[in-house]
Design a protein around this ligand. Sequence first.
Ligand code: ADP
Ligand code: ZN
Length: 758
Amino acid sequence: PPTQPHYLADRQSTDPPLLAEIVLDRPMNQPYTYIVPEALASAIEVGKRVEVPFGRGDKRETGYVIRVLRDHPIREVKSIERVVDNEALLTESLLKITRWMADYYVCGWGQVLQAVLPAGVRSQAGIKKNVHVESIPESELPNPLPELTKKQRNIVDLLRSECRDYEIKEFARIASCGVPMLQNLIKLGMIHRTLKEAEKVDYDFGEEAVAPKAIVMNPDQEKVWARIRENLTAGGFKAMLLHGVTGSGKTEIYLQAIQHVLDSGKEVIVLVPEISLTPQTIQRFRGRCGNVAVMHSHLTDSERGAHWRKIAGGGVQVVVGARSAVFAPTRQLGMIIIDEEHESSFKQESTPRYHARDVAVMRAKLENVPILLGSATPALESWNNAQRGNYELLSLPNRVMDLPMPKVKIIDLRHEPKSKGKHFAISPTLEEAMRKALTAGGQVMLFLNRRGFSTHIHCPGCGYVANCQHCDLALTFHQQRSTLLCHYCGYEQAPLNECPSCKQPSVRYQGLGTEKLQAEIEEKFPSKVVQRMDSDTMTRPGSHQVVLDAFREGGIHILIGTQMIAKGLDFPNVTLVGVINADASLHLPDFRAAERTFQLLAQVAGRSGRGDKGGSVLIQTYTPEHPSIRLATQHDFIQFASLELKHRLEHSYPPYFRLARIVIRSLKQDSAEKHATQLSLAFKRVLENPQVRQPGSKFRILGPAEAPIFKLNDQYRYHFQIQSDSSQYLHQVLHHALALVKPTSGVEVQIDIDPQSM
Ligand code: ADP
Ligand code: ZN
């Protein structure tokens, strides 16, 4: 029998009661209906959290109120027990966007809400609670009254005569007694203790703004800005794609647009990749845009909470942040801007697996405001949208101030002279160019997207390869830490001197990482200061900035780095950028490999020649004829995009087809395999079901197959890839099939809509 108070509709004799629809943190979409008891009627509000009984026994769960209404419930419902929040945490627009996300990304609404609200908001971190004292009405005093001293009686009387509450220390001063005396009276039941929020925790929301640099827009910028201004003035939803080469003045355009929106009293959200949230960038926004809140991953929970509340309270005009800033609780959003919109870091790789760009476009639609996407190498999805007229295309084809694009040259490694015996990372041509650049007083950046020393440790005698015990991945040798490391799960073991398999002392350490590159460069350029920047050397917060400042001041001659140095950095004295291995990202088992390679090369190349000394870029490759590499040297995104789009169409890939990826994983291989087989049968049945079938739409399922990395973190993984030219059909089939087979315990099903990596 149920243990909670129930309500059953009696349609004839009662007025409809107050109900609330509650979403719980579960992988389901439907809200639950609860009764709102009279005592909570004034506190209940959409966007607040409540505690409700759930399931059997006395289990309690916290959920979000998404609707309050008066109606007769159609079945027995339980009552809400407590309202958790004093103020609504979620705004109307966040409820709308999260609802859409739950449907689109096939996960629970509550799961999305949970992910959207920063932990610091949920825990109310950063809100300091003060202890207050207040008097107790005569009738509620303990009976019989406890024995009190005269002093104690005076204090109780004093508090009553004041007719208000006091912070405990303050009242102790007023009553000239100690806090312990008040605490004792609380214990005796003679006065009340309450907690009151005091948002006294002050955060530094930003340093003093620097005076804005006056900029006169060039004719290209004027043209682009005129279009944006027109769209802003017209109002309503409008998506624009700003395609502009690196250094073409895109950020200036953003700043103009922001100013315009702020002048109309509205707010702007600016999304940038986490990696671009450098003090340099932040200063630029702070200097020009009034009250800027910056949301980055180094914030503590309470800082994040404080930002959130300040934004929700209307105290922020511009929110600049990475992925999750798309959920900023603005009050009067006027525009959204996304810089480097092609960046894969906008995709969240855990549930809900959303893409911040796509969420932003949807949010702009729901809130009926314009959105501006900017990039030197737009994602092909966005480019295609612009080609088809869904987005308005705006272009900045040239660098500002007539600065030329850097000269990019290819070094064909097949034809470079080989040094006897030893294999070097940099070719003689690159070495020569570095010497020239350094002699002329320039600085050099070398890009290699692999950290560690050796990336392939094997025994030529028996063929043994050092792999992670928990993943199907090769271990990387890190010389400084003297360890073999799995870059996925962090597993570590001691370096090998002999082969564990055949016991021969012939283990080879091959494959190039940044650590080995650094050793080689230091050997070849003993008089130069060389610095490496990767996640091994940049472990402390702030260490980035130390290195970048030193580089800017010329204290470092050669900067070696992974993707950390590929993006956004603006160092006018860099006259040579070397790409050590352009092919590395080309051969990944991913249909986006060509696109990613082009983007990366374009970004890296953009680091060179940003000052008046000009600059060049040298790309080492074994496949110079590959379009990603050839067209990157010509800075020809448009040609690349048109070639690559043809290829995508031929192979039914995005943007022409929608993709979903389903991964089934378990510590037990047979459990995972079994579920994959069952799901496969479920798909067959659904596709044969005439009620689901959509004759005009194309649909293809690949799999189940072993995932490219079969074992990860001890879990065995099978996957499906689903392709359809209709997003709606794809979702329908997914919904039906997933409802047919529930995974057994220990089996996890992970759904990725619009996956960014395969
Ligand atoms: P992007 O964002 O496209 O890389 P930025 O907006 O950062 O380009 O511009 C590159 C540099 O040129 C910045 O230092 C910026 O201040 C400067 N700049 C931009 N527009 C102009 C202009 N019209 N005149 C002079 N300098 C400009
Ligand atoms: Zn591992």
